[in-house]
Write a protein that binds this ligand. Structure first.
Ligand code: R1P
Length: 276
């Protein structure tokens, strides 16, 4: 898509949203597989299904409901994506990250991005919440490929603090206040949708990954390009292939996410209040 065409689409989507929603969201939240229950805490909600939003893709993955939810959390204004788009669904990187661009033009300045991930670090256990401190892009593509949208950000954005250090430090304090003690880790993004092989997991471990999944990194690249601060949280829903001798399934991913959802939701609520 050409630069002007993309900017026109973005303006059209923004106009559609601001006609329906009369709050300006300070913070964006992207909810990972099975973690959509956070939206129950949002007050004065305005819910817009993705299929109604011009230029929005539609989520096709179980555990991703497919709606934008605007409202307030403990007095802070938010927009939550209940359902994200994945590269493996067949969307381009530009479509996968379109909602983050929409957040940017709506004035969102901070993003909490969450996911269900496989644990590579043997110190992790299913059900752990991990703060993402950095990432490795193994998806073979980058959402900024193509002409730079110079109105939205620089050609060569710096990712040396892709996951804002000050926010990570604050998040550790906030976590303790809600009774959790997250470790920090590096998230590797693969394109999927097949789960990684044991040999790939050994490789990822060697190159410094603690977690693996099929999302997040494109969104974080775009958020950084657009000047947002980012906090990333992975929920370890299973250990990655070959770490334990058991097979992987999306059903297990959903089950673990549901099991820790209450704790996750409490944490994200406290983060919105503390970081926005
Ligand atoms: C695999 O079970 C799915 O769970 C994760 C993977 O990326 C993949 O989509 O989902 P989220 O990253 O969207 O949480």
């Amino acid at each position: 898509m050409r630069e002007q065409e993309f900017m026109d689409k973005l303006s059209e989507t923004r106009r559609f949203i601001i006609e329906k929603v009369n709050i300006e969201p300070q913070m964006g939240v992207i909810l990972g597989s099975g973690l959509g229950g956070f939206v129950d805490l949002i007050e004065d909600k305005v819910v817009i299904p993705y299929q109604e939003i011009p230029n929005f893709p539609v989520s096709t993955v179980e555990g991703h409901k497919g709606q934008l939810v605007f409202g307030k959390v403990l007095g802070k204004t938010v927009v939550a994506m209940q359902g994200r788009f994945h590269f493996y669904e067949g969307y381009s990187m530009q479509s996968v990250t379109f909602p983050v661009r929409v957040m940017q033009v709506l004035g969102v300045s901070g993003l909490i991005v969450t996911n269900a991930a496989g644990g590579i670090n043997p110190a992790y256990r299913p059900g752990d919440l991990i703060l993402i401190k950095d990432h490795i892009n193994m998806m073979g593509d980058n959402p900024l490929r193509g002409a730079n949208l110079s109105n939205l950000g620089p050609r060569f954005p710096d990712l040396s603090e892709g996951y804002d250090l000050e926010w990570r430090q604050k998040a550790l304090t906030i976590a303790r206040e809600v009774g959790i003690h997250p470790q920090e880790g590096v998230y590797a993004a693969m394109s999927g949708p097949s789960y990684e092989s044991p040999a790939e997991i050994r490789f990822l471990r060697t190159i410094g990954a603690d977690l693996v999944g099929m999302s997040t990194v494109p969104e974080v690249i775009i958020a950084n390009h657009g000047g947002m601060r980012v906090l990333g949280i992975s929920c370890v829903t299973n250990m990655a292939a070959g770490i334990l001798s058991q097979r992987l399934s999306h059903a297990e991913v959903m089950e673990t996410a549901e099991r820790i959802e209450k704790q996750f939701v409490r944490f994200v609520q406290a983060l919105v209040k503390g970081l926005a």
